[in-house]
Design a protein around this ligand. Structure first.
Ligand code: AMP
Length: 928
């Protein structure tokens, strides 16, 4: 039998074994489920021997992928064995009578729907390993009291979290927002007992539907100000809580259609931005303490603003009728105080002198005294007080007022007394007329130009404490800013230097184009059982570009970039800017105003909403969590309805695959041996970091030369994190859907579907073999027994005579090189050992390769390396990783001091940018 046929049969056998194993396990679990439930519905026909034929059960082959049991009058409980359905992506048992505790589910699960049942609890750490969850709907279950668990943070791909009437207590945690959940559109936690404020993390989030209404007992409180920065909102339900303060500004909300504020304690004037909002269809305001004129919304807006109940504090019952000028003046006076509730409760009607207006004293129909002393007000003193021309006494003492005394107050014609004592005011006292008594005692910073807390301000009494804290904060901020400035300077210098280097080889306007379908140059990318694959980890906003203005503004904490900006920098995704195409995306080159180049990975539209979307989310998750000089850095992303884009650092020398396989077509020269060694070490370092130095174990699953990118300095970085899996905590081996690229797949992964870091070590070994031989992993042009590089390579190595015949003939290799070749060839063979335990770990690989790589030392330390700042990543990313530098490696990091790949036999200036011609001239004349 020829080798080719036996190879194919071997593969078929492996898959067959895999399916048999999966079938028997899933079948046992499904039988267990069957025995633990009963249904009074005739619809639930589970009589067939084959569970894949049961009502509501979907399989891929014999593996259970979905269980859909909604509304089938089912009673019973769920067995804990469900966790063993390792390919289950959807579980729906909504609207039945399931009882007992809800069990753990497999980490493959993407959609969970269990609403309207009688489950009594969920494991508190249920979400810990559920990194693939996209939709979670657990409403209306009599769960015993529990808090929104912090482990939910691991569900990076979360789009919908719905836990209405779900026994929740505690607060809405600070992690709801774009940094953790870039795709979250629905947050629904109504009818629970949540207290506290709306968290600030919601600011800037992409949440469209926010339901936090009707909290019982404990109620949500504080202001609604964060809503102002949630501009994706379509529906806001915050009714029946204890929110205070004014309705925020909605000028930037163009999709908001439904808002319910009713049954809170909101005060102040309904903002014009809400009244005139074009998208608004329904608004509920009843039972608050809203003030000013009752708003007149557009005719097609359904308004719940029950005037007859008179519970709001509008100045009139006639919709749209303006308030008296005096009322308007008083409202603008208390606006900076946040429209205090006690005033809103007492200020009724349209005439402040009709009696009963708290803090207002009138004489002869005019306001004579404003008595706001000891009211607990905070905020600043409004200059609008000056419009109250009849006021003789303005008493604002014993509050928490900040800011300065507005100079307009000095022109109040009837004023006789101003008392602002015992507040936190600063600044010069305006010059009042001689007959005005001005009391300013108890404001430690009054008379000083600087606000409290700034250097030179007060240092007495209670302020001493505040100021010393302020000073410490100031010093810390100062140091951070100073370092920031240093970082920015270095970043800018680097940008300049890059431009200068690039300038030698390309004109500023020349766009480097690599029009090739390079996606999987080697082998066929596979993804078994609808590999929705993986979204892992937690995204932390750790840097990137400002979404609002232009990409030139680097802003820490925000990685979202607008589509407009990305269009602008890629010439509207021009064909000319295409760098390459992968399975799910096209990658474009972009150039920022300052000359910085970026690579914009744009998901193919037909893939949006498909498995490709999961890949893209997985990349975001991984790359916002792991940072290393040998992992390609993510600068930002854009995930809106129609476009899914990732923005990476630009790697001008393209993929390793192009350099080892396609150099001839590109009219270039092959990579020298030392350069290959150096690239091998770079990749090993990147993978070593993924495997554990990043605190958690990330497994790449798709290492191959087309996923290794090269910079102008020929330093290599690992890319394409779409298939990366995060090992569940405490586990080094776990089951997952099969995905990767034929030829690079470790045999045990193909058979069992279980991955360990050794799966990557195998693929890495294949890459080493490809770099040594210049041969692709599978070459159909070869004789049957030589098709698979690994088998051929290992056989060749066994024979002393053929040992050196594996060396890429395109490469000259000297005696010294032969020695390192022997080491690297042996290492490659070890990495591809059949048994995972026979393969080394990446730390060992790094230790073996590091001494082989010539260390290139610059004459003087480079500015880049001062402060250990990695300039291959954006400044905010640098800041974010700063306290947590990669240097926890137990291996010697010789790469840190080199800027050019050690041993690459050319100088940087000799490397032209890759272009369709790809005419690099790596001649020995260029050698250093
Ligand atoms: P991918 O979709 O990640 O497989 O990328 C497709 C192709 O785009 C790659 O094979 C490269 O040729 C190119 N490419 C991807 N990322 C970058 C980058 N950061 N810089 C330059 N080229 C890139």
């Amino acid at each position: 039998m020829s080798f080719g046929v036996s190879y194919v049969l071997h593969l078929v056998l492996l898959f067959f074994m895999m399916f048999i194993a999966a079938w028997s396990q899933d079948d046992v679990v499904m039988q267990k489920l069957k025995s633990s439930i009963t249904s009074s519905s005739n619809d639930l026909d589970w009589s067939d021997k084959d569970c894949c034929k049961w009502k509501g059960v979907s399989c891929s082959g014999t593996t259970v992928t979905e269980i859909n049991l909604g509304q089938l009058n089912i009673q019973g409980s769920l067995p804990k064995e469900l966790m063993q359905l390792t390919a289950l992506t959807r579980f729906d048992c909504s609207e039945n009578e399931f009882s007992g505790g809800f069990p753990y589910m497999p980490n493959s699960l993407q959609n969970l729907y269990i609403r309207n049942n009688s489950f009594t609890s969920m494991p508190s750490d249920f979400f810990t390993n559920m990194s693939n969850l996209i939709e979670v709907v657990i409403d209306s279950n009599p769960f015993s009291q529990w808090q929104i668990p912090s482990s939910l943070k691991n569900c990076l791909a979360l789009k919908l979290f719905s836990a209405n009437s779900a026994g929740l207590v505690g607060v809405i945690p600070e992690f709801f927002g774009n940094d953790t959940f870039p795709s979250l559109t629905d947050l629904k936690v109504s009818f629970n007992s949540l207290g506290g404020n709306l968290p600030n993390s919601l600011s800037g989030s992409s949440i469209e539907n926010l339901w936090v209404n009707n909290q019982n007992g404990n109620k949500l409180n504080g202001t609604l100000s964060v809503l102002q920065n949630m501009t994706s909102l379509k529906v806001i339900w915050v009714q029946s809580n204890a929110f205070t303060g004014p309705i925020p500004d909605f000028s930037n909300h163009d999709q908001l259609s439904e808002v319910s504020f009713r049954d809170n304690q909101l005060t102040g004037v309904v903002p014009q931005s809400l009244i005139s909002l074009q998208s608004l269809k329904a608004v509920a305001l009843t039972n608050n303490r809203l003030q000013g004129s009752p708003p007149k919304f557009k005719d097609d807006v359904k308004v719940d603003n029950d005037m007859d109940k008179g519970i709001n504090s509008f100045c009139t019952k006639v919709v749209g009728q303006p308030c008296s000028p005096l009322v308007n003046a008083l409202l603008s006076v208390v606006e900076p105080f946040g429209y205090p509730l006690k005033l809103a409760q007492s200020w009724q009607g349209n005439d402040p002198c009709q009696g009963g207006w708290l803090g207002i004293v009138c004489s002869s129909g005019n306001i004579s005294v404003i008595a706001f002393e000891k009211m607990g007000f905070s905020g600043s003193i409004s200059s609008s007080f000056a419009s109250l021309s009849s006021v003789t006494k303005l008493l604002l003492d014993n509050n928490h007022l900040t800011g300065t005394i507005p100079k307009e107050l000095a022109s109040m014609p009837a004023l006789k007394e101003l008392d602002v004592s015992n507040n936190a005011l600063y600044g010069q006292i305006p010059s009042f007329r001689g007959d005005v008594v001005v009391k300013t005692g108890g404001n430690p910073d009054i008379g000083k130009d600087k606000p409290p807390g700034s250097p030179g301000s007060s240092s007495g009494g209670e302020y001493k404490k505040k100021i010393s804290v302020g000073a410490i904060v100031g010093i810390v901020m100062g140091i951070v800013c100073l370092l920031g400035v240093v970082g920015v300077l270095v970043f800018v210098m680097r940008g300049r230097r890059h431009n200068k280097c690039a300038g030698k080889v390309q004109t500023p306007n020349a766009i480097v184009v690599h029009p090739r379908h390079s996606g999987d140059g080697n082998g066929v990318k596979i993804s078994v059982a609808a590999a929705g694959s993986s979204s892992v980890g937690v995204a932390r906003g750790t840097g990137g570009f400002s979404p609002s203005s232009s990409v030139r503004n680097v802003e820490a904490g925000n990685m979202v970039i607008s589509i407009q900006v990305l269009r602008e920098v890629t010439n509207n995704f021009s064909e000319k800017n295409i760098l390459g195409k992968g399975g799910f995306a096209t990658v474009y080159k972009g150039e920022l105003d300052d000359g910085t180049k970026i690579a914009v990975k744009r998901m193919k539209s037909e893939m949006v909403g498909d498995e490709g979307l999961n890949e893209i989310k997985s990349e975001i998750a991984v790359l916002t969590r792991v940072r290393h000089r040998h992992l390609v850095a993510l600068h930002g992303y854009c995930l809106d309805d129609n476009e899914k884009l990732l923005v990476f650092e630009y790697m001008p020398q393209g993929t390793l695959s192009q350099h080892i396989f396609d150099w001839k077509d590109d009219g270039s020269k092959p990579l020298g041996w030392k350069c290959r060694l150096s690239i091998a070490l770079d990749v090993a370092r990147g993978v070593e970091y993924l495997h554990g130095l990043a605190q958690q174990i990330f497994i790449h699953r798709d290492l191959k030369p087309s996923n290794i990118l090269l910079g102008d300095d020929m330093r290599a970085k690992v890319a394409d994190f779409g298939l990366v899996r995060l090992a569940p905590e405490g586990q080094t081996s776990f089951a997952t859907r099969l995905a990767g690229t034929f030829g690079y797949l470790a045999p045990e992964y193909a058979v069992t579907g279980r991955v360990t870091t050794k799966v990557d070590v195998y693929s890495y070994g294949v890459i080493l073999m490809e770099m040594i031989t210049g041969r692709k992993v599978i070459e159909n042009s070869q004789s049957d027994e030589n098709i698979h590089l690994v088998t051929w390579f290992r056989r060749m190595l066994l024979n002393k005579d053929s040992f050196e015949k594996v060396i890429d003939p395109a490469m000259d290799i000297d005696e010294e090189g032969l020695e390192s070749f022997r080491t690297m060839a042996g290492l490659a063979s070890q990495c591809c050992a059949r048994e995972p335990h026979q393969r080394p770990d990446m730390g060992h690989v790094v230790n073996v390769l590091a001494p082989l790589v010539e260390i290139w030392k610059p004459a003087e330390p480079e500015a880049d390396d001062m402060y250990g700042i990695d300039l291959d990543i954006s400044f905010p990313q640098g800041l974010s990783k700063w306290p947590n530098l990669e240097g926890t490696s137990n291996t010697l990091d010789v790469s840190k001091s080199s800027s050019m790949a050690a041993g690459c036999e050319y100088t940087q200036s000799s490397i032209p940018p890759r272009s369709p011609g790809f005419a690099n001239s790596f001649t020995s004349a260029d050698a250093r």
